[in-house]
Design a protein around this ligand. Structure first.
Ligand code: HEM
Length: 198
């Protein structure tokens, strides 16, 4: 799969919304998650380690969501049935997101797509990309976005350890991943927050 063939994946495209944050504010947020040049290198290495494990990671994460009705809810229709096409469409972009997190430079296109992902969880844009007309839910609650930093980080450690790197190297990849996810979720919160409070 190349990114260009993933439906709804609009990274770098002109119709993607522009982030209200500046690149300078992004650099300051990076400092707030303890970002260092070394993280850059280890995040890239994490991308190499994870690249052929994407489907296994998605199986785990989707299994986790599917096992909890209060989480699966955001992928169900008004009758409470999971919407298979919606789950599948988001899954493809989620797989690409893992690679993007590790490999994309954090430039204006990157910042804009973070804003877009925030909007897609928020009521501004949830359900629109995949043309879901019968969704049970207009919004993914912010508290779950933040809480998911834990599973999205902790479950990744085993995958990072699977390619024979030393425990010290695995730790460095793990910390770089943790920072990168925290940074993104902090950006995704923007549409949820009252004017002036973000
Ligand atoms: C969409 C990641 C939290 C439900 C997505 C996408 C990604 C993603 C990469 C696709 C973005 C795109 O369109 O390119 C994450 C991460 C999370 C998180 C990293 C937290 C660390 C959650 C939670 C839920 C959720 C807690 C609810 C259980 C959804 C739904 C969509 C989506 C329903 C599709 C939204 C739409 O209609 O466009 N997520 N997500 N996400 N996520 Fe999340």
């Amino acid at each position: 799969t190349t990114p260009a063939t993933i439906p709804g994946y609009t990274y770098g495209q002109a119709d993607t919304a522009r982030s209200p944050l500046t690149l300078e504010e992004l650099r300051q947020l990076e400092q707030a998650v303890l970002w260092t040049p070394e993280d850059e290198q280890y995040l890239r290495q994490a991308g190499d380690v994870l690249a052929d494990q994407i489907e296994a990671i998605l199986d785990l994460w989707y299994g986790f969501v599917a096992a909890h009705p209060h989480l699966l809810r955001y992928f169900t229709d008004a009758q409470g049935q999971p919407i298979a096409e919606y789950l599948a469409a988001v899954r493809r972009r989620f797989g690409q997101w893992i690679l993007d997190t590790c490999r994309r430079p954090r430039d204006q296109d990157w910042l804009n797509y973070q804003y877009e992902i925030g909007l897609r969880h928020h009521r501004t844009k949830k359900n629109q990309t995949d043309h879901v007309t019968n969704s049970a839910t207009p919004v993914v609650p912010l508290r779950y976005l933040v809480a998911f930093i834990a599973p999205i980080t902790i479950t990744l450690r085993d995958f990072l350890a699977r390619k024979g790197h030393s425990p010290a190297e695995v730790d460095k990849m793990y910390h770089a991943w943790f920072k990168a996810v925290t940074l993104q979720v902090a950006l995704w919160c923007q549409p949820y927050v009252k004017d002036g409070d973000y």
